[in-house]
Design a protein around this ligand. Structure first.
Ligand code: CP
Length: 326
C-alpha cells in the first residue's frame, strides 16, 4: 500500500501510481462506511480548501464542499468572476497567495488550451496541494469515482471486462473532452479492455492516445478505437457514453456544431444497450442531455449507475483531500 500522498497535487490521472490510486479507493470505501455509520472522521479539522471555479458545476462543487465539512474543515467557494483575476491577478499570484491562506487549492478551468496550464502554473507557485476539479485535458476526480463505482458493481478483478467509452450526440453545448481522456488513461491500468468509439472528427488528443496505448500495453489489456457505436457496445460489460466537442478537429463553434449535427443517431437507447451484456452497467458523469444523448429509459433504467457514480465523487474526493492535505 503506497501512502506517500501528503502534499501531492492531483492534476492529471497518472499523477498517482496504480498503487496510490488503490490507496485512495481503499480510504474512500472506509470513509463511505464511516459516513453511513455516522462515525466521526474529522481528519481535516481547521483546514480550509479554496475551490476556484472558472466554469459552472453541480456535483463537483457540492461534493468537494460537503466533503470538506464532513472531514471537519471548510471549503471556500470562489467564482473567478467575483475575484480580481480579470483585473490582473496572475496565476503566480493565485498560487503564492492562496497557498498561504488555504491548505489546498481546487480549481475548475475547462477553457481549451488554457485550463491545464493554469492549474500547473498555480501548482508551481503554491505551497499546498492543487486538486483538479476538471480542466480542458483531465477530470481525475470524476475518474476515481467512476473506478470506485465499477469496483462496486463488477468487483476488483476486472481482467477481461470490456469497457466502452463512447461519444454520444448532444446539442446543449460543446462538452469538454476531459472525461473520455481520463477514462482511457486510467482504466487500462485496472485490467479492463477499453474500446473507444467516436465519429472520426471527435478524436482525443494525440498525446493522450499515445499514453493510453502505452498504459494498455503495460497492463497487457486491449485498447481499440472504432467509429461505430453499435460495434463498440457489442458484448460490453460497461457502457460509458457521453458527448464531447470536436475540439481536436476545430475550435470554431459554428463548424463544430455543423460537424456534431451529422451524428444525431449516436444516442444511448435501449436497443443499443441490448447489444451489451445483460448485466452491463450504463455510466455517465452528468449532466446529460436527456433523450438526446441518452434516453430516459436507459438513464433511469435498471442498468444505470449514474447516481452511485455521482455519490462516489464525495467519497473519492474526501479520500484524496484527507491523504494530500492531512
Ligand atoms: N460530473 C461533473 O463534473 O458534474 P458537474 O459539472 O456538475 O460538477
Amino acid at each position: 500500500m503506497q501512502t506517500y500522498l501528503h502534499g501531492r497535487d492531483l492534476i492529471g490521472d497518472l499523477d498517482f501510481s496504480k498503487e496510490e490510486v488503490e490507496t485512495v479507493l481503499d480510504v474512500a470505501f472506509d470513509l463511505k462506511r464511516k459516513r453511513v455509520l455516522n462515525e466521526s472522521h474529522a481528519y481535516l479539522r481547521d483546514k480550509v480548501l479554496a475551490m476556484l471555479f472558472f466554469f459552472s458545476s453541480t456535483r463537483t462543487r457540492g461534493s468537494f464542499e460537503a466533503g470538506m465539512a464532513q472531514l471537519g474543515g471548510h471549503a471556500a467557494f470562489i467564482e473567478s468572476k467575483t475575484t480580481q483575476i480579470s483585473h490582473g491577478d496572475t496565476t503566480k499570484e493565485i498560487g503564492e497567495i492562496f497557498g498561504r491562506y488555504f491548505d489546498g487549492i481546487a480549481i475548475r478551468h475547462c477553457d481549451w488550451g488554457v485550463g491545464n496550464g493554469y492549474l500547473n502554473t498555480t501548482a508551481e507557485y503554491s505551497r499546498v496541494p492543487v486538486l483538479n476539479m476538471q480542466c480542458d485535458i483531465y477530470h481525475p476526480h470524476q475518474c476515481l469515482a467512476d473506478l470506485m463505482t465499477i469496483w462496486e458493481k463488477k468487483g476488483r478483478n476486472l481482467k477481461g471486462k470490456k469497457m466502452v467509452v463512447s461519444w454520444a450526440y448532444a446539442s446543449s453545448y460543446s462538452k469538454p473532452i476531459s472525461v473520455p481522456q481520463s477514462l482511457v488513461l486510467q482504466m487500462p491500468r485496472f485490467g479492463m479492455d477499453v474500446v473507444l468509439a467516436h465519429p472520426p472528427e471527435f478524436k482525443l488528443m494525440p498525446e493522450i492516445m499515445e499514453q493510453a496505448r502505452a498504459e494498455a500495453k503495460k497492463a497487457g489489456v486491449g485498447f481499440d478505437v472504432v467509429h461505430d457505436m453499435d460495434e463498440a457496445i457489442k458484448g460490453a460489460d460497461i457502457v460509458y457514453a457521453k458527448s464531447w466537442g470536436p475540439l481536436v478537429t476545430t475550435t470554431d463553434v459554428e463548424e463544430g456544431a455543423k460537424i456534431t449535427k451529422k451524428y444525431e443517431s449516436w444516442i444511448t437507447n435501449e436497443k443499443r444497450m441490448k447489444l451489451a451484456k445483460e448485466d452491463a452497467i450504463y455510466m455517465h458523469p452528468l449532466p446529460a442531455d436527456r433523450n438526446v444523448e441518452v434516453t430516459d429509459a436507459v438513464i433511469d433504467g435498471p442498468n444505470s449507475v449514474v447516481y452511485d457514480q455521482a455519490e462516489n465523487r464525495l467519497h473519492a474526493q474526501k479520500a484524496v483531500m484527507a491523504l494530500t492535505m492531512g
